[in-house]
Design a protein around this ligand. Structure first.
Ligand code: SAJ
Length: 427
């Protein structure tokens, strides 16, 4: 018998998940509140960008295996894949998870598998989702197989990683973990590991927290090294020659919706017990101000700064939560003239004008590299020397590989003179 799966939330994770199950032959109903997205999907088109996804969606809509709708229907499996944004006070907003769960309640039958894929604070399955079922009369331990299976994919590789990555499936009961794991085993070639719900919740959050804390250590090292005249990047390279050391890379801050957000989901649940995680967040959040301080020591207020790169990491087009956006605002607030160039960003994504490389750097006293796009590995040196007011590069991502002697180049290896006010600024 063909199994029917209802996927709630057709975003960056939900839609590819729905498409992969549909391609494997399952009957998939995708549900979303966005009517425009639903209409597009039903025409075999998509509303998001992801490598390979348009082709798969077209194929499975044509074959009839994927349909999109605003309303839930009865199914064998429900997968909830809605966002968990963060409130102003840094606590998780699980309202979408709650309302998605409520939307499936009228269609639930005994023996259904219900999987939450959204990233959630620890204990959310036990303390928030399960009680919703109990309230409407279900005995969750007996009647339903409830589980948390966090996604862990990288944009641009979602279709590959959804299939190949190891999946952690945390059940409300061991049997729920098993039933939910069996669902993924139909499409996943990587390992599918069964555990408890709270363990799955915490392991997802700790993966990103591990990186955030390690990046904060690299950022703290960068600040200390600038003060003491130590070459940060050399230290990291050498320390990492130790077989059990992996110091991460310093930068202008940590962006994106995962590393800069997930640690707060842990802090929220145990604020007294998470000083290390909280301090790491503070250190990473302090990097835009550190970059501003460096710029202030290189260029007088009123001078022009050419910012290269706005996205939160290299070779993507995502500017949300990007430290570069914050740095652009800080520079403007401190009366610098800022001109921005980013070949991956469209003008309609930002509220300030974007420029081509030459216009951005013309008359500038400093090029400030904030993202490691491949395009920035080799900059047009002639253009820099001829058009900048003073040819200085401050490269916070260590990505500019070529520069000649007439360009002054700073990265985290040589900030001592900058930090210690040894650079003469132009009047
Ligand atoms: N960054 C540094 N130094 C480093 C590494 C990264 O400053 O050494 C910065 C980046 O520039 C960027 C931020 O950290 O601003 C985050 O970048 P990332 O590539 O580390 O992470 P994300 O947010 O794009 O994706 C992460 C991934 N998680 C892990 O690698 C543990 C991905 O697998 C997850 O699916 C995703 O979070 C998620 O959804 O949780």
């Amino acid at each position: 018998m063909m199994e029917k799966i209802c996927v709630i939330g057709l975003g960056y994770i939900g839609l590819p998940t729905a498409a992969i199950f549909a391609k494997a032959g399952y009957e998939i109903l995708g549900v979303d509140v966005n009517e425009k997205a639903i209409n597009l999907i039903n025409e075999g088109k998509i509303h998001i960008e992801e490598v390979g996804l348009p082709e798969v969606v077209k194929e499975v809509v044509l074959s009839g295996n994927l349909r999109a709708s605003k309303t839930v229907e009865e199914a064998d499996v429900f997968i909830i894949s809605v966002p968990t944004p963060i409130h102003e006070d840094h606590t998780a907003n699980v309202d979408y998870v709650t309302s998605a769960t409520e939307s499936i309640l009228p269609y639930i039958k005994k023996g259904n598998v219900v999987i939450v894929e959204s990233t959630i604070p620890p204990r959310t399955i036990d303390d928030v989702v399960a009680p919703l079922f109990e309230k409407s009369g279900w005995n969750v331990k007996e009647d339903i197989y409830l589980a948390h299976c966090p996604e862990r994919v990288l944009p641009g590789r979602i279709l590959i990683e959804l299939v190949e990555n190891t999946r952690i499936v945390g059940g409300y009961t061991p049997e729920a973990a098993h039933q939910a794991a069996e669902v993924y085993r139909k499409i996943v070639t990587g390992d599918v590991i069964e555990t408890q719900a709270v363990t799955a919740e915490m392991s997802k959050l700790m993966e990103n927290t591990y990186r955030d804390v390690n990046i904060s250590l690299a950022n703290e090292l960068a600040k200390i090294s600038a003060e003491l005249g130590v070459n940060t990047l050399d230290v990291i390279k050498l320390a990492n020659r130790h077989p059990r050391v992996n110091i991460h890379t310093p930068g202008p801050g940590v962006g994106g919706h995962c590393l800069a957000v997930d640690p707060y989901f842990i802090i929220e649940k145990a604020p007294e017990l998470s000083p290390l995680i909280a301090t790491a967040r503070k250190i990473n959040n302090s990097m835009p101000a550190f970059v501003l301080d460096c710029v202030k020591k290189l260029v007088n207020s009123g001078g022009k700064i050419a910012v290269l790169g706005l996205t939160y990491k290299g070779n993507i087009d995502d500017v949300r939560e990007s430290p570069a956006m914050e740095i652009v605002s800080l520079l403007s607030e401190h009366n610098f003239q800022v001109s921005v160039h980013d070949p991956h960003v469209n003008q309609n994504q930002v509220f300030f004008p974007l420029h081509n490389f030459k216009d951005a750097i013309s008359g500038a006293e400093c090029i400030l590299v904030l993202t490691d796009h491949n395009e920035f590995n080799e900059l047009d040196e002639k253009c820099i020397v001829m058009n900048m007011r003073r040819p200085i590069i401050l490269d916070t991502k260590d990505c500019v590989k070529t520069y000649n002697d007439s360009i002054v180049y700073y990265n985290f290896n040589n900030l001592y003179d900058v930090i210690n006010n040894k650079i003469e600024t132009l009047i």
